[in-house]
Design a protein around this ligand. Sequence first.
Ligand code: NDP
Ligand code: MG
Length: 394
Amino acid sequence: MQYVTILGATGSVGVSTLDVLARHPEQYSVYALSAHSKVAELAAQCQQFRPQRAVVGSAEAALELTRLLREQGLATEVDYGVDALCAIASAPQVGAVMAAIVGAAGLAPTLAAARAGKKVLLANKEALVMSGQLFMDAVHDNGAVLLPIDSEHNAIFQCLPHSYGRSPAASGVAKILLTASGGPFLTRAVESLDAVTPEQACKHPTWSMGRKISVDSATMMNKGLEVIEAHWLFGASAEQIEVVIHPQSVIHSMVSYVDGSVLAQLGNPDMRTPIAHALAYPQRIVSGVPQLDLAQIATLQFERPDFHRFPCLALAFDALRAGGTAPALLNAANEVAVQAFLDLQIGFRQIDRVIAHVIETVPHGAASSIEAVIEQDRVARMAAHAYIGDRLAA
Ligand code: NDP
Ligand code: MG
Protein backbone atom coordinates (compact mmCIF):
# COMPACT_ATOMS: atom_id res chain seq x y z
CA MET A 1 0.00 0.00 0.00
CA GLN A 2 1.40 3.41 -0.96
CA TYR A 3 0.37 6.44 1.16
CA VAL A 4 -0.18 9.63 -0.81
CA THR A 5 -0.35 13.28 0.25
CA ILE A 6 -2.12 15.67 -2.12
CA LEU A 7 -1.12 19.31 -1.76
CA GLY A 8 -3.89 21.32 -3.41
CA ALA A 9 -6.49 18.53 -3.33
CA THR A 10 -9.43 20.83 -4.11
CA GLY A 11 -7.89 22.15 -7.33
CA SER A 12 -8.21 20.85 -10.86
CA VAL A 13 -5.14 18.56 -10.63
CA GLY A 14 -6.00 17.56 -7.04
CA VAL A 15 -9.50 16.42 -8.02
CA SER A 16 -8.12 14.49 -11.03
CA THR A 17 -5.58 12.81 -8.73
CA LEU A 18 -8.31 11.67 -6.33
CA ASP A 19 -10.28 10.36 -9.30
CA VAL A 20 -7.34 8.14 -10.29
CA LEU A 21 -6.67 7.03 -6.69
CA ALA A 22 -10.33 6.07 -6.24
CA ARG A 23 -9.91 3.54 -9.07
CA HIS A 24 -7.12 1.72 -7.19
CA PRO A 25 -8.04 1.44 -3.50
CA GLU A 26 -5.99 -1.76 -3.14
CA GLN A 27 -2.79 0.08 -4.23
CA TYR A 28 -3.08 3.60 -2.81
CA SER A 29 -4.34 5.17 0.38
CA VAL A 30 -4.69 8.92 0.99
CA TYR A 31 -2.54 10.03 3.94
CA ALA A 32 -3.28 13.77 3.84
CA LEU A 33 -5.14 16.39 1.79
CA SER A 34 -4.76 20.16 1.66
CA ALA A 35 -6.86 23.08 0.46
CA HIS A 36 -6.52 26.81 0.93
CA SER A 37 -10.04 28.08 1.55
CA LYS A 38 -12.49 25.61 -0.02
CA VAL A 39 -13.38 24.02 3.29
CA ALA A 40 -16.67 22.37 2.28
CA GLU A 41 -15.01 20.71 -0.74
CA LEU A 42 -12.16 19.46 1.43
CA ALA A 43 -14.61 18.09 4.03
CA ALA A 44 -16.40 16.14 1.29
CA GLN A 45 -13.09 14.73 0.07
CA CYS A 46 -12.22 13.70 3.65
CA GLN A 47 -15.57 11.95 3.93
CA GLN A 48 -14.81 9.90 0.82
CA PHE A 49 -11.06 9.25 1.23
CA ARG A 50 -10.64 9.19 5.05
CA PRO A 51 -7.17 10.80 5.23
CA GLN A 52 -5.35 10.89 8.57
CA ARG A 53 -4.61 14.61 8.23
CA ALA A 54 -6.07 17.67 6.48
CA VAL A 55 -4.48 21.12 6.15
CA VAL A 56 -6.03 24.48 5.22
CA GLY A 57 -4.84 28.06 4.89
CA SER A 58 -6.02 29.79 8.08
CA ALA A 59 -7.06 29.23 11.69
CA GLU A 60 -10.67 30.12 10.81
CA ALA A 61 -10.73 27.61 7.97
CA ALA A 62 -9.27 24.96 10.29
CA LEU A 63 -12.01 25.59 12.88
CA GLU A 64 -14.69 25.33 10.22
CA LEU A 65 -13.19 22.17 8.74
CA THR A 66 -12.93 20.57 12.19
CA ARG A 67 -16.60 21.35 12.84
CA LEU A 68 -17.67 19.80 9.52
CA LEU A 69 -15.52 16.70 10.01
CA ARG A 70 -16.74 16.08 13.57
CA GLU A 71 -20.33 16.41 12.31
CA GLN A 72 -19.52 13.61 9.89
CA GLY A 73 -18.00 11.58 12.73
CA LEU A 74 -14.47 11.81 11.28
CA ALA A 75 -11.38 12.03 13.50
CA THR A 76 -9.11 13.51 10.76
CA GLU A 77 -6.38 15.65 12.36
CA VAL A 78 -6.77 19.27 11.17
CA ASP A 79 -4.04 21.89 10.93
CA TYR A 80 -3.28 25.07 8.97
CA GLY A 81 -0.41 27.07 7.49
CA VAL A 82 2.87 26.46 5.69
CA ASP A 83 4.55 24.43 8.45
CA ALA A 84 1.59 22.03 8.48
CA LEU A 85 1.81 21.69 4.67
CA CYS A 86 5.52 20.87 5.00
CA ALA A 87 4.68 18.31 7.72
CA ILE A 88 2.17 16.39 5.57
CA ALA A 89 4.60 16.51 2.63
CA SER A 90 7.44 14.98 4.64
CA ALA A 91 5.75 12.63 7.17
CA PRO A 92 7.55 9.26 7.39
CA GLN A 93 4.46 7.24 6.36
CA VAL A 94 4.12 9.10 3.05
CA GLY A 95 5.44 7.50 -0.13
CA ALA A 96 4.29 9.93 -2.81
CA VAL A 97 3.43 13.63 -2.70
CA MET A 98 1.30 15.24 -5.40
CA ALA A 99 2.50 18.86 -5.54
CA ALA A 100 -0.59 20.57 -6.96
CA ILE A 101 -0.78 23.89 -5.12
CA VAL A 102 -0.83 26.77 -7.61
CA GLY A 103 1.99 29.31 -7.65
CA ALA A 104 4.87 30.19 -5.35
CA ALA A 105 2.78 29.15 -2.32
CA GLY A 106 3.66 25.57 -3.24
CA LEU A 107 7.43 26.04 -3.04
CA ALA A 108 8.01 25.31 0.68
CA PRO A 109 5.92 22.11 0.92
CA THR A 110 7.16 20.78 -2.46
CA LEU A 111 10.73 21.39 -1.35
CA ALA A 112 9.97 19.70 1.97
CA ALA A 113 8.84 16.59 0.07
CA ALA A 114 12.07 16.61 -1.97
CA ARG A 115 14.19 17.08 1.15
CA ALA A 116 12.40 14.16 2.78
CA GLY A 117 13.32 11.94 -0.20
CA LYS A 118 9.75 11.36 -1.35
CA LYS A 119 8.43 10.45 -4.74
CA VAL A 120 7.47 13.98 -5.83
CA LEU A 121 4.75 14.22 -8.48
CA LEU A 122 5.31 17.74 -9.74
CA ALA A 123 2.39 19.71 -11.12
CA ASN A 124 3.37 22.95 -9.34
CA LYS A 125 5.76 24.16 -12.07
CA GLU A 126 6.13 27.59 -10.42
CA ALA A 127 8.07 25.98 -7.53
CA LEU A 128 10.66 24.56 -9.93
CA VAL A 129 10.79 27.73 -12.07
CA MET A 130 11.59 29.80 -8.98
CA SER A 131 14.13 27.55 -7.33
CA GLY A 132 15.68 25.72 -10.33
CA GLN A 133 19.06 24.23 -9.45
CA LEU A 134 18.37 24.47 -5.70
CA PHE A 135 15.30 22.26 -6.12
CA MET A 136 17.10 19.79 -8.38
CA ASP A 137 19.93 19.59 -5.82
CA ALA A 138 17.42 18.89 -3.03
CA VAL A 139 15.97 16.05 -5.12
CA HIS A 140 19.39 14.60 -5.91
CA ASP A 141 20.96 15.02 -2.46
CA ASN A 142 18.06 13.35 -0.65
CA GLY A 143 17.35 10.51 -3.04
CA ALA A 144 13.91 11.87 -3.98
CA VAL A 145 12.28 10.75 -7.23
CA LEU A 146 10.93 13.63 -9.33
CA LEU A 147 8.20 12.73 -11.82
CA PRO A 148 6.60 15.39 -14.03
CA ILE A 149 2.81 15.74 -14.03
CA ASP A 150 2.68 18.67 -16.43
CA SER A 151 1.37 16.86 -19.52
CA GLU A 152 4.17 18.09 -21.81
CA HIS A 153 6.97 17.13 -19.42
CA ASN A 154 5.33 13.83 -18.63
CA ALA A 155 5.21 13.21 -22.41
CA ILE A 156 8.89 14.14 -22.83
CA PHE A 157 9.78 11.89 -19.88
CA GLN A 158 7.98 9.03 -21.63
CA CYS A 159 9.84 9.72 -24.92
CA LEU A 160 13.31 9.77 -23.31
CA PRO A 161 15.33 6.62 -22.61
CA HIS A 162 14.91 5.06 -19.13
CA SER A 163 18.59 5.72 -18.45
CA TYR A 164 18.31 9.45 -19.31
CA GLY A 165 20.77 11.39 -17.15
CA ARG A 166 19.73 15.00 -17.79
CA SER A 167 22.19 15.34 -20.69
CA PRO A 168 20.58 15.64 -24.15
CA ALA A 169 23.88 15.09 -25.99
CA ALA A 170 24.71 11.88 -24.09
CA SER A 171 21.38 10.36 -25.18
CA GLY A 172 21.46 11.57 -28.78
CA VAL A 173 18.70 14.10 -28.16
CA ALA A 174 18.79 16.98 -30.66
CA LYS A 175 15.76 18.93 -29.43
CA ILE A 176 12.83 18.86 -27.11
CA LEU A 177 9.66 19.84 -28.99
CA LEU A 178 7.30 21.35 -26.45
CA THR A 179 3.77 21.48 -27.84
CA ALA A 180 1.31 24.26 -27.00
CA SER A 181 -2.36 24.59 -27.88
CA GLY A 182 -1.96 28.35 -28.35
CA GLY A 183 -4.89 28.94 -25.98
CA PRO A 184 -8.16 30.73 -26.70
CA PHE A 185 -6.59 33.72 -28.49
CA LEU A 186 -4.45 31.98 -31.10
CA THR A 187 -6.25 33.52 -34.06
CA ARG A 188 -8.00 36.57 -32.56
CA ALA A 189 -6.80 40.00 -33.81
CA VAL A 190 -3.96 41.09 -31.49
CA GLU A 191 -5.38 44.64 -31.10
CA SER A 192 -8.69 43.24 -29.86
CA LEU A 193 -6.97 41.45 -26.96
CA ASP A 194 -7.12 44.67 -24.91
CA ALA A 195 -10.83 44.07 -24.42
CA VAL A 196 -10.90 40.37 -23.44
CA THR A 197 -12.48 39.40 -20.13
CA PRO A 198 -11.21 36.90 -17.51
CA GLU A 199 -14.05 34.57 -18.54
CA GLN A 200 -12.89 34.60 -22.17
CA ALA A 201 -9.26 34.10 -21.12
CA CYS A 202 -10.18 31.18 -18.86
CA LYS A 203 -12.15 29.39 -21.57
CA HIS A 204 -9.43 27.06 -22.80
CA PRO A 205 -10.17 25.30 -26.10
CA THR A 206 -8.87 21.85 -25.10
CA TRP A 207 -8.08 21.66 -21.34
CA SER A 208 -10.15 22.31 -18.22
CA MET A 209 -7.86 23.86 -15.56
CA GLY A 210 -7.63 26.31 -12.64
CA ARG A 211 -7.99 30.03 -13.41
CA LYS A 212 -4.35 31.04 -13.00
CA ILE A 213 -2.95 28.44 -15.40
CA SER A 214 -5.82 29.15 -17.80
CA VAL A 215 -4.80 32.82 -18.04
CA ASP A 216 -1.16 31.69 -18.36
CA SER A 217 -2.23 29.54 -21.31
CA ALA A 218 -3.97 32.49 -22.94
CA THR A 219 -0.81 34.67 -22.67
CA MET A 220 1.40 31.63 -23.35
CA MET A 221 3.31 32.41 -20.15
CA ASN A 222 2.35 28.85 -19.24
CA LYS A 223 4.50 27.65 -22.15
CA GLY A 224 7.24 30.03 -21.07
CA LEU A 225 7.21 28.58 -17.54
CA GLU A 226 7.22 25.12 -19.11
CA VAL A 227 10.32 25.97 -21.18
CA ILE A 228 12.10 26.81 -17.91
CA GLU A 229 10.63 23.69 -16.27
CA ALA A 230 11.94 21.55 -19.17
CA HIS A 231 15.37 23.13 -18.81
CA TRP A 232 15.63 21.98 -15.21
CA LEU A 233 13.97 18.59 -15.58
CA PHE A 234 15.85 17.48 -18.68
CA GLY A 235 19.07 19.53 -18.64
CA ALA A 236 18.22 21.15 -22.00
CA SER A 237 19.41 24.67 -22.93
CA ALA A 238 17.06 27.35 -24.27
CA GLU A 239 18.36 26.53 -27.77
CA GLN A 240 17.51 22.84 -27.34
CA ILE A 241 13.86 23.57 -26.51
CA GLU A 242 11.49 24.47 -29.34
CA VAL A 243 7.88 25.47 -28.83
CA VAL A 244 5.47 24.10 -31.44
CA ILE A 245 1.85 25.24 -31.63
CA HIS A 246 -0.45 22.24 -31.97
CA PRO A 247 -4.07 23.36 -31.47
CA GLN A 248 -5.60 19.86 -31.05
CA SER A 249 -3.57 19.04 -27.86
CA VAL A 250 -3.32 15.38 -28.88
CA ILE A 251 0.47 15.20 -29.09
CA HIS A 252 1.57 16.26 -25.61
CA SER A 253 5.21 16.85 -26.65
CA MET A 254 8.04 15.21 -28.59
CA VAL A 255 11.72 14.42 -28.47
CA SER A 256 13.77 14.83 -31.65
CA TYR A 257 16.90 12.64 -31.88
CA VAL A 258 20.12 13.22 -33.84
CA ASP A 259 19.34 10.32 -36.21
CA GLY A 260 16.19 12.10 -37.43
CA SER A 261 13.72 10.13 -35.29
CA VAL A 262 11.01 12.05 -33.48
CA LEU A 263 9.21 10.29 -30.62
CA ALA A 264 5.85 11.64 -29.49
CA GLN A 265 3.38 10.81 -26.72
CA LEU A 266 -0.28 11.11 -27.70
CA GLY A 267 -3.48 10.94 -25.73
CA ASN A 268 -6.74 12.68 -25.03
CA PRO A 269 -6.19 15.99 -23.21
CA ASP A 270 -6.98 14.74 -19.69
CA MET A 271 -4.60 15.16 -16.74
CA ARG A 272 -5.53 11.74 -15.37
CA THR A 273 -3.14 10.16 -17.94
CA PRO A 274 0.07 11.84 -16.70
CA ILE A 275 -1.15 11.51 -13.10
CA ALA A 276 -1.70 7.74 -13.46
CA HIS A 277 1.61 7.40 -15.32
CA ALA A 278 3.60 9.12 -12.59
CA LEU A 279 1.74 7.46 -9.70
CA ALA A 280 2.37 3.94 -10.96
CA TYR A 281 5.69 4.49 -12.76
CA PRO A 282 7.22 2.25 -14.08
CA GLN A 283 3.99 0.25 -14.12
CA ARG A 284 0.83 1.31 -16.00
CA ILE A 285 -2.59 1.59 -14.37
CA VAL A 286 -6.08 2.47 -15.58
CA SER A 287 -6.71 6.23 -15.38
CA GLY A 288 -10.33 6.59 -16.50
CA VAL A 289 -9.25 8.38 -19.71
CA PRO A 290 -10.91 6.98 -22.86
CA GLN A 291 -8.63 5.47 -25.51
CA LEU A 292 -7.61 7.84 -28.28
CA ASP A 293 -9.71 7.63 -31.44
CA LEU A 294 -7.31 8.83 -34.17
CA ALA A 295 -9.76 8.48 -37.03
CA GLN A 296 -12.17 10.73 -35.20
CA ILE A 297 -9.45 13.35 -34.61
CA ALA A 298 -8.39 12.98 -38.27
CA THR A 299 -6.14 16.07 -38.43
CA LEU A 300 -3.13 17.20 -36.43
CA GLN A 301 -1.82 20.70 -37.14
CA PHE A 302 1.44 22.44 -36.25
CA GLU A 303 2.76 25.99 -36.53
CA ARG A 304 5.49 28.20 -35.11
CA PRO A 305 4.61 30.53 -32.22
CA ASP A 306 4.24 34.25 -32.93
CA PHE A 307 6.32 36.08 -30.31
CA HIS A 308 4.60 39.39 -31.17
CA ARG A 309 1.21 37.91 -30.29
CA PHE A 310 2.66 36.19 -27.21
CA PRO A 311 5.31 38.52 -25.68
CA CYS A 312 5.20 36.52 -22.40
CA LEU A 313 6.81 33.58 -24.20
CA ALA A 314 9.72 35.78 -25.24
CA LEU A 315 10.06 37.16 -21.69
CA ALA A 316 10.33 33.61 -20.34
CA PHE A 317 13.03 32.61 -22.84
CA ASP A 318 14.92 35.81 -21.88
CA ALA A 319 14.62 34.97 -18.17
CA LEU A 320 15.93 31.45 -18.77
CA ARG A 321 18.92 32.84 -20.67
CA ALA A 322 19.56 35.45 -17.95
CA GLY A 323 19.52 32.69 -15.30
CA GLY A 324 19.98 33.25 -11.55
CA THR A 325 16.91 34.76 -9.93
CA ALA A 326 15.46 36.13 -13.21
CA PRO A 327 12.94 33.24 -13.52
CA ALA A 328 11.82 33.87 -9.91
CA LEU A 329 11.18 37.53 -10.79
CA LEU A 330 9.31 36.52 -13.93
CA ASN A 331 7.13 34.09 -12.00
CA ALA A 332 6.34 36.48 -9.15
CA ALA A 333 5.49 39.38 -11.47
CA ASN A 334 3.31 37.07 -13.54
CA GLU A 335 1.39 35.83 -10.50
CA VAL A 336 0.63 39.40 -9.41
CA ALA A 337 -0.29 40.51 -12.95
CA VAL A 338 -2.58 37.53 -13.57
CA GLN A 339 -4.39 38.11 -10.27
CA ALA A 340 -4.78 41.82 -11.14
CA PHE A 341 -6.22 40.82 -14.51
CA LEU A 342 -8.64 38.35 -12.87
CA ASP A 343 -9.62 41.14 -10.43
CA LEU A 344 -10.34 43.48 -13.39
CA GLN A 345 -7.57 45.90 -12.33
CA ILE A 346 -5.55 45.64 -15.54
CA GLY A 347 -6.24 44.60 -19.12
CA PHE A 348 -5.04 41.38 -20.71
CA ARG A 349 -2.32 43.12 -22.74
CA GLN A 350 -0.92 44.78 -19.61
CA ILE A 351 0.10 41.46 -18.10
CA ASP A 352 3.31 41.28 -20.14
CA ARG A 353 4.04 44.96 -19.45
CA VAL A 354 3.94 44.41 -15.68
CA ILE A 355 6.35 41.48 -16.03
CA ALA A 356 8.72 43.34 -18.36
CA HIS A 357 8.75 46.32 -15.97
CA VAL A 358 9.63 44.14 -12.97
CA ILE A 359 12.42 42.33 -14.81
CA GLU A 360 13.86 45.63 -16.08
CA THR A 361 13.75 47.43 -12.73
CA VAL A 362 14.42 44.81 -10.04
CA PRO A 363 18.10 43.82 -9.93
CA HIS A 364 18.59 40.08 -10.12
CA GLY A 365 21.57 37.97 -9.26
CA ALA A 366 22.64 34.46 -8.36
CA ALA A 367 20.05 32.08 -6.91
CA SER A 368 22.41 31.21 -4.08
CA SER A 369 19.86 29.97 -1.53
CA ILE A 370 16.14 29.36 -1.15
CA GLU A 371 16.04 32.37 1.16
CA ALA A 372 17.52 34.55 -1.62
CA VAL A 373 14.90 33.25 -4.06
CA ILE A 374 12.05 33.94 -1.62
CA GLU A 375 13.39 37.45 -1.04
CA GLN A 376 13.47 38.10 -4.81
CA ASP A 377 9.91 36.81 -5.05
CA ARG A 378 8.88 39.29 -2.33
CA VAL A 379 10.66 42.27 -3.93
CA ALA A 380 9.25 41.42 -7.39
CA ARG A 381 5.71 41.25 -6.00
CA MET A 382 6.13 44.67 -4.37
CA ALA A 383 7.43 46.15 -7.63
CA ALA A 384 4.56 44.61 -9.60
CA HIS A 385 1.94 45.89 -7.14
CA ALA A 386 3.51 49.39 -7.18
CA TYR A 387 3.51 49.48 -11.00
CA ILE A 388 -0.11 48.33 -11.16
CA GLY A 389 -1.05 50.85 -8.43
CA ASP A 390 0.57 53.69 -10.44
CA ARG A 391 -1.36 52.67 -13.58
CA LEU A 392 -4.61 52.61 -11.63
CA ALA A 393 -3.95 56.03 -10.11
CA ALA A 394 -3.03 57.54 -13.51
P1 NDP B 1 -6.36 25.27 -9.01
O1 NDP B 1 -6.45 26.72 -8.88
O2 NDP B 1 -7.48 24.51 -9.63
O3 NDP B 1 -6.06 24.61 -7.57
C1 NDP B 1 -5.06 25.11 -6.74
C2 NDP B 1 -5.01 24.35 -5.43
O4 NDP B 1 -4.05 25.00 -4.58
C3 NDP B 1 -6.33 24.36 -4.66
O5 NDP B 1 -6.42 23.18 -3.89
C4 NDP B 1 -6.20 25.58 -3.76
O6 NDP B 1 -7.01 25.54 -2.60
C5 NDP B 1 -4.72 25.50 -3.40
N1 NDP B 1 -4.14 26.80 -3.08
C6 NDP B 1 -4.37 27.97 -3.73
N2 NDP B 1 -3.65 28.97 -3.15
C7 NDP B 1 -2.99 28.41 -2.12
C8 NDP B 1 -2.11 28.92 -1.12
N3 NDP B 1 -1.77 30.23 -1.07
N4 NDP B 1 -1.62 28.08 -0.20
C9 NDP B 1 -1.95 26.76 -0.23
N5 NDP B 1 -2.77 26.22 -1.14
C10 NDP B 1 -3.28 27.02 -2.08
O7 NDP B 1 -4.99 24.97 -9.81
P2 NDP B 1 -4.67 23.78 -10.82
O8 NDP B 1 -5.05 22.47 -10.22
O9 NDP B 1 -5.16 24.13 -12.17
O10 NDP B 1 -3.06 23.88 -10.89
C11 NDP B 1 -2.26 23.46 -9.82
C12 NDP B 1 -0.81 23.45 -10.28
O11 NDP B 1 -0.66 22.47 -11.29
C13 NDP B 1 -0.35 24.78 -10.90
O12 NDP B 1 0.99 25.00 -10.57
C14 NDP B 1 -0.48 24.55 -12.40
O13 NDP B 1 0.42 25.29 -13.15
C15 NDP B 1 -0.14 23.05 -12.48
N6 NDP B 1 -0.74 22.38 -13.63
C16 NDP B 1 -2.09 22.31 -13.76
C17 NDP B 1 -2.68 21.68 -14.85
C18 NDP B 1 -4.17 21.56 -14.96
O14 NDP B 1 -4.64 20.84 -15.88
N7 NDP B 1 -4.95 22.17 -14.11
C19 NDP B 1 -1.84 21.10 -15.92
C20 NDP B 1 -0.42 21.20 -15.66
C21 NDP B 1 0.10 21.83 -14.56
P3 NDP B 1 -8.54 26.14 -2.65
O15 NDP B 1 -9.26 25.23 -3.62
O16 NDP B 1 -9.02 26.02 -1.27
O17 NDP B 1 -8.41 27.54 -3.15
MG1 MG C 1 1.36 21.82 -19.43
